[in-house]
Design a protein around this ligand. Structure first.
Ligand code: MSP
Length: 648
């Protein structure tokens, strides 16, 4: 038997730094729809997704949460309502899930790094930029806010750090030629963007290692350096197949990838850096990179602050997973940005799913139950009125496939819907309820209803990649489950003449717009209301107990020169030696009001320098945002509590 043709498709691997929103789901649902379509066509599909788990941001977030980076990513990837749960909910049919913390990936990346180094394409140099010492971060001039660190607002200074660089500049010409082929990167508009904005101004070599943080893959031949994000992240597309590792043995079978589906902001990395890396490694290049647009809200970026509006769990629970998948794929041209709104989502569910598709399936199955007890008779009587519908039943598949192959799922779906709409019109033209009144017209009535079943069968087959579960249910209702194959999707006369049909549950109930919007608004208000429950992950008692919180008396308190925020405290912590702590609370307190007060401090933090002065600990305050303004109250105890008492 001839081997099936392979199709290797990937999504970007996600940063597990926050919970994912509907924008993230958009990319994965699109990739899933295409992967399912290719499987339907008979391809041996490898669909890869995963998580990109290294980097300073994760290291920082883990530190803030008081857990290890590994615990932090484990929680967001595999914890409740994490990435894996979300893909399960959204019915994502991935074949492989890679985590960049997986041992085999780590090992391969070290080998990839070494191979490019041995070739002379990676060399040691210095990373230069504006550096914020407390945040341990480099920033470019354009990232600074008022010349200060965008994260903490402190002064930054010019600094250099030893780092490895990848000779990206060497590959500028072949990469430009690749982009100019016109088939490598789509949509075409993105090609000019890459050439004009990045290649023509001159490609700079890329920093590929860092020493200022440790949460990364160690460069095994130079301790202290960790591989810096993109070499680690992009390599996943080949390490997941077994490139330079023994975990898998499918590199030969699936590489080069047929398509990398990526969001527009990371097209640059996939269409310039990735091919350059592969050229350096001497490996074949992916056949295509497709850069899709973004889901935006009111023209702006999606973020957690948009609350439930963008929470896929809330939306899927309210409207159904398939309705949500359908909406995402049907509404927005894949290459362009799409403005997401709940009104649009509900509108699409009501117009396309309830009124058009749902209506066709329920009317047809109801009539077959009513007029024929669920099984049509075999006598037939054709009419010229049928011709147009029958022609569409056999020709829709080809038009649908052309769009799907061009990564335009919204147009593919539109073709399937043209058939659905034509079938609805056919019901009005043939008026089965009139035919049903005349016993002599039964063969004609059976023909009309059979033609409708065939139109439904073909359209549901073509809509299965986007709505797998609902289409399967609907196919069952028309007795068509086993006939929903790609080969059958361009044929007429496939369903048995007496297929068993039943009107089951309503697959696409209409959504009451006002009620649903009101409910979502209420949920949003609730979600953005001040929370009393903890927002950080759980910590165990040992972590809590490791924090030494002691009672101190304020001996002196004065402003720090040249600082608007800082106050310098000398404290009696009960040890007999005065302790100095700096605290940024001048905005809230006058220093003289604090002298003699009984306060609480964390005593076992490592010393930290601020404005040239050492701070040995941190004063505790109660902080809350009220009406958009931050309020702060220094934690003060009754003066009878002795210095040196511990909080427990
Ligand atoms: N980790 C990198 C990718 C490395 S691939 C070797 C990354 N991760 S991400 O989590 O920030 O983004 C993952 C994908 O989600 C990207 O393709 C990004 O474009 C996509 N989206 C994030 N927000 C989106 C929308 N609002 N709309 C559509 N896609 C969005 O980048």
């Amino acid at each position: 038997m001839e081997d099936k043709k392979t199709f290797y498709i990937t999504t970007p691997i996600y940063y597990p730094s926050d919970k994912l929103h509907i924008g993230h789901a958009y990319c994965t649902v699109a990739t899933d729809t295409i992967a399912r379509y290719k499987r339907l066509c008979g391809y041996d599909v490898m669909f890869l997704t995963g998580t990109d788990e290294h980097g300073q941001k994760i290291e920082d977030k883990a530190r803030e949460a008081g857990i290890t980076p590994q615990q932090f990513v484990d929680n967001i990837v595999a914890g409740p309502k994490g990435v894996l749960d979300l893909w399960k909910l959204m019915n994502i049919s991935y074949d492989r899930f890679i985590r960049t913390t997986d041992d085999y990936h780590v090992q391969s990346v070290q080998r990839i790094f070494k191979k490019m180094y041995d070739k002379g394409d990676i060399y040691k140099g210095a990373y230069k930029g504006m550096y914020c010492t407390p945040c341990e971060s480099f920033w470019t001039e354009s990232q600074l806010v008022d010349g200060k660190c965008p994260d903490c607002g402190r002064e930054v200074k010019y600094a250099e750090e030893e780092a490895y660089f990848f000779r990206l500049s060497k590959y500028a010409k072949p990469v430009q030629e690749l982009l100019e082929t016109g088939t490598f990167l789509e949509p075409a508009s993105r090609v000019n963007e890459m050439i004009n904005n990045f290649i023509k101004p001159g490609l700079e070599d890329l920093c590929v290692s860092r020493t200022s943080f440790t949460w990364g893959i160690p460069v095994d031949f130079d301790p202290g350096h960790v591989v810096y994000v993109w070499v680690d992240a992009l390599s996943n597309y080949i390490t997941a197949l077994g490139y330079m590792n023994d975990k898998y043995d499918e590199y030969k079978k699936y590489w080069p990838a047929d398509v990398h589906i990526v969001g527009k902001e990371i097209v640059r990395f996939h269409s310039i850096i990735w091919p350059a890396m592969l050229m350096s490694l001497g490996e074949p290049l992916p056949k295509k990179v497709y850069g899709h647009g973004w889901l935006v809200i009111d023209g702006g970026k999606m973020s957690k602050s948009k609350g439930n509006v963008v929470d896929p769990y809330v939306l899927a629970e309210k409207f159904g997973v398939d309705a949500l998948r359908f909406f995402l794929m049907r509404t927005f041209p894949f290459g362009s940005d799409g403005n997401f709104s709940n009104e649009l989502l509900i509108g699409t569910i009501n117009s396309d799913l309830a009124n058009v598709l749902g209506n066709l399936v329920s009317r047809t199955t109801a009539m077959i139950e009513k007029y024929f007890g669920g099984r049509l008779i075999a006598d037939r009587e054709a009419d010229a009125l049928d011709d147009e519908l029958l022609e569409m039943i056999t020709s829709t598949r080809e038009k649908y496939a052309a769009h799907m192959d061009a990564f335009h799922p919204h147009l593919g779906i539109e073709e399937a819907f043209k058939l659905v709409s034509r079938a609805n019109k056919y019901i009005d033209e043939t008026a089965p309820w009139v035919l049903a009144k005349d016993e002599a017209k039964k063969p004609r009535l059976a023909t009309v209803l059979y033609n409708l079943l065939e139109a439904i069968r073909v359209s549901l087959t073509l809509l299965t990649p986007v709505m797998p579960e609902t289409c399967a249910k609907a196919l069952k209702q028309i007795g068509g489950e086993e006939y929903a194959t790609w080969d059958n999707a361009c044929k007429y006369g496939v369903l048995p003449a007496d297929a068993a049909v039943f009107k089951g549950e309503n697959l696409f109930p209409r959504v009451d717009v006002d009620k649903a919007i009101k409910e979502l608004e209420e949920m949003n208000a609730k979600a953005s209301a001040p929370k009393s429950e903890p927002v950080l992950p759980d910590v165990d008692i040992d972590h809590y107990a490791a924090c030494d919180m002691g009672v101190c008396k304020v001996l002196t308190c004065e402003p720090v020169k040249k600082s608007e925020k800082l106050l310098k405290f000398t404290l009696d912590d009960g040890s007999g030696t005065p302790r100095q702590i700096l605290s940024g609370i001048h905005k809230y307190y006058e220093p003289e009001d604090l002298i003699g007060k009984t306060v609480v401090a964390i005593l076992n933090l490592p010393p930290r320098k601020m404005m040239g002065l050492e701070s040995n600990g941190m004063l505790l305050s109660a902080v809350k945002e009220i009406d958009g303004k931050e309020t702060l109250n220094l934690l003060m105890l009754d003066d009878s509590v002795p210095a040196g008492s511990r909080l427990c």
